[in-house]
Every structure is written in structure tokens, then in C-alpha cells.
Design a protein around this ligand. Structure first.
Ligand SMILES: Cc1ncc(COP(=O)(O)O)c(C=O)c1O
Length: 386
């Protein structure tokens, strides 16, 4: 099927205006139009993060670049606590292992979270400089209750880092009010722009930790990048390494569209779409990986219960819906991930549930016809209000 719906966990579908904003000849990083665009995009990032007084960064790279650049706030021998619910929480371990740090790794079972009390206790018992938390763990679809955790631990650790790669622009996230120090994301997920930019905001507390003596490498050194960001914020160009100019033009447009929709409506839309998909799965008795009450609004893991993951995904793709493989090692091949972030809407949810239902039935699963679709429709009818 030529026309497909990308229900992937990222990159996600791009609005045509966002795409077109980046379609132009190469632009110098000192060109007036780029300086303006970069300044606007930095402001847009602060809006999406709800962090009006924070220092924004737009860097070449992806979410992992933002993660690794957090080493700019650390010194040799620092203690770091990693709170992980899956593959992307674990990525912090793989990054920090490359540096002279002491790492403590708390890891939940897939589909669950490390209880907040356990994180709080660990921070009381140890002397940690930094804690990292993943708001939406993309490998399982679990949403960490970041606001209440930060409340509990704010006074127990110097720097709180939140990975919002699969949540910023789609989940509730009040970086400044909640007291997060570093919040990071990437251009290709809920921001729904092309991949190529790492995005992050730092509190004044975090900025104060930047130093010449950090353990950061050259490319990731925020102590250098901050000068470039300040320059663009002041209407002047700056250079440390080449910025992804086309992505910045697209991002500027994406932020404009997000402002137009408003964050509040955007979050609500993600709640409705994810609710409809989960209702549909529930109607077909297909279990969701995330524990009840911790389901994200951007990613849903669907357990396959004996069905071949690869056959299921390729049949869905043949029917016009592209989803993602399950990647948590404990359940490799036993589940799929449905991405629903960015510009997805309720009709995408219905199409996705309809294709899942049809493919499951074709693969021999005993599911009454329309059980998924009618559950999803019911959900939408009772949850969409004018
Ligand atoms: C929660 C989370 N963190 C980090 C990353 C890494 O981001 P990237 O692939 O853009 O480097 C991802 C990617 O999917 C993610 O979902």
C-alpha cells in the first residue's frame, strides 16, 4: 500500500508546512534569516518546555547527543543515580560508563516503574550529584510521574535530569514550576520535525554547574555551546560546530504550530488518541505492556501473546499502518510498540485499531468482528467534547 500512516515511536509524521519550511538552499549560520529563525526556535523550545527563564539549547544531533552533553555538568568521581524503566533509561548507563563516574542503576521490570519512595530513599542514603529520570520510556510505553517524584527529591540531589525525548510537546511537563534542572528532547518525536537536532533547557542551577573542568568531550561541551546559544538569543550569529540549518527552519515552524494549537490542546489530543487506541486494544483483549495508571500518551506497547512480531508488523504495514518492534530485551519479539505522538489524530487511532483487528483476525486470533473498532469509537464518542 503506497499511502501509509506512520504510527511509529519516532521519527513521526511531519506537517507539510513544517517540512516545507526546511526546503530551501543551504543557508549560512550568519545569514540574517537563520539568526532570526534560530532565535525564534530557541524561544519556541522554552515555550514547549514551560521554562521561560531557562537556558535553551538547539544542538546538532539527536536525543542521545543531548543525553551525553549532560556530562558538561559533571566532574571526575561524581556519583550519579539512574532511574530506569527500560532501554532508554539504561542508555544513561551506557553513556556514563564511558566517563569517570560512579553510577548507581535502579531498573524496574518492563512495564513498571521504580517506586518513587525507592528513589527518594536511595538519594537519602547516598550522596548524589545527579539523578536521571525518563518521563516516557519509549521501549515500554510507561509514563513516570515526574512531577511528584521531583517534589519528593528536589532537596536531596544537586541536579535533576529528565529525558523527555518521547514526551515533550505531548505530555504534561512544567519544567520550571516542577523544578527540573535539565530537560532534554529531540526534533523528530512529539515536536514532529525532521530528525537532526538535540533540544534541551537548563535551569540557572544547572548552568552554574557548567565548567571548564567538566568531564565532557569536545562536541558535547555545553560550556562552549552556551556562548553560541546566547549569541543567537541576542540576535547575533555564533559558531562552535555547524548547526543543522534546515532542521532549525522546520523546528521554528513546528513550534509556531504548537503555539497555535496551544500546549494544553496538544496534550489533550494526545490523551484522547492514546485513550482510543488503548480502548480498542482492550476491546480485543490485547494486553498493554504498561502497568495500569502508568500508561503514556505517546507510546503503547501491545503484548502479542504468541503471535509472531515480524509477521504481525509486516502485515500491518501491508495494510498501511507502520508500527515499531518491541525492543526491551526481556520481551524481545513478544510485543510491538504503537507510536502516537506529534500530529496524530482520532482518525489515525481508528485506522490503527481497525488494521490491528483485521490483521489479528487474519492471523487466526479469535476476536469478534469490530470488537476493537467499536470500543475505540465508544471511547471517542464519550471523550470528545466540542
Ligand atoms: C526516551 C528516549 N530517550 C532517548 C532516546 C534517544 O534519542 P535519539 O534516538 O534521538 O538519539 C530515545 C529514542 O527513541 C528515546 O525514546
Amino acid at each position: 500500500m503506497d499511502r501509509k500512516i506512520l504510527m511509529h515511536v519516532g521519527p513521526t509524521m511531519i506537517d507539510i508546512d513544517v517540512l516545507l519550511a526546511g526546503v530551501r538552499n543551504n543557508t549560512g549560520f550568519a545569514s540574517p534569516e537563520f539568526v532570526t529563525s534560530m532565535g525564534n526556535a530557541l524561544n519556541g523550545l522554552k515555550y514547549v518546555m514551560n521554562a521561560p527563564d531557562y537556558q535553551p539549547f538547539i544542538l546538532p544531533g539527536s536525543g542521545t547527543m543531548a543525553m551525553e552533553s549532560v556530562t558538561s555538568l559533571l566532574k571526575k568521581g561524581d556519583n550519579v543515580l539512574i532511574v530506569s524503566s527500560g532501554v532508554f533509561g539504561d542508555r544513561w548507563v551506557n553513556i556514563f560508563k564511558k566517563y569517570p563516574l560512579n553510577i548507581k542503576h535502579l531498573r524496574s521490570e518492563p512495564g513498571h516503574i521504580i517506586p518513587q519512595e525507592e528513589v527518594s530513599r536511595e538519594l537519602e542514603n547516598g550522596k548524589y550529584k545527579m539523578v536521571t529520570i525518563t518521563q516516557v520510556e519509549t521501549s515500554t510505553g510507561v509514563l513516570y510521574p515526574v512531577e511528584s517524584l521531583v517534589k519528593k527529591i528536589r532537596d536531596k540531589v544537586d541536579i535533576i535530569v529528565v529525558d523527555a525525548v518521547a514526551s515533550a510537546g505531548a505530555e504534561k511537563l512544567n519544567v520550571q514550576d516542577w523544578g527540573i534542572d535539565v530537560c532534554l528532547t529531540a526534533s523528530q518525536k512529539a515536536m514532529a520535525a525532521p530528525p537532526g537536532a538535540a533540544l534541551m533547557v537548563l535551569s540557572q542551577n544547572a548552568v552554574n554547574h557548567l565548567s571548564e573542568n567538566s568531564i565532557s568531550g569536545f562536541y558535547t561541551d555545553l560550556n562552549q555551546w552556551i556562548k553560541v546559544m546566547n549569541s543567537f538569543q541576542n540576535g547575533k550569529s555564533g559558531y562552535y560546530t555547524t548547526l543543522p540549518v534546515h532542521i532549525v527552519f522546520s523546528l521554528e515552524k513546528a513550534f509556531d504550530l504548537i503555539r497555535e494549537e496551544t500546549l494544553e490542546n496538544r496534550i489533550k489530543r494526545h490523551e484522547i488518541v492514546s485513550g482510543a487506541i488503548r480502548a480498542g486494544l482492550n476491546g480485543m483483549d490485547m494486553p498493554v505492556m504498561a502497568e495500569k495508571g502508568f500508561e503514556s500518551h505517546t507510546v503503547t506497547g501491545m503484548m502479542l501473546d504468541g503471535i509472531s512480531m515480524n509477521d504481525f508488523l509486516s502485515e500491518c504495514l501491508n495494510n498501511g499502518i507502520e508500527m515499531a518492534t518491541g525492543i526491551v530485551p526481556e520481551y524481545a519479539g513478544k510485543y510491538v510498540r504503537i507510536g502516537h505522538m506529534g500530529w496524530i489524530n482520532q482518525n489515525d487511532a481508528i485506522s490503527t485499531v481497525a488494521v490491528i483487528e483485521r490483521v489479528l483476525r487474519d492471523m487466526g486470533r479469535k476476536i469478534p468482528a469490530n470488537s476493537g473498532v467499536s470500543a475505540a469509537q465508544e471511547y471517542l464518542s464519550s471523550n470528545i467534547k466540542d
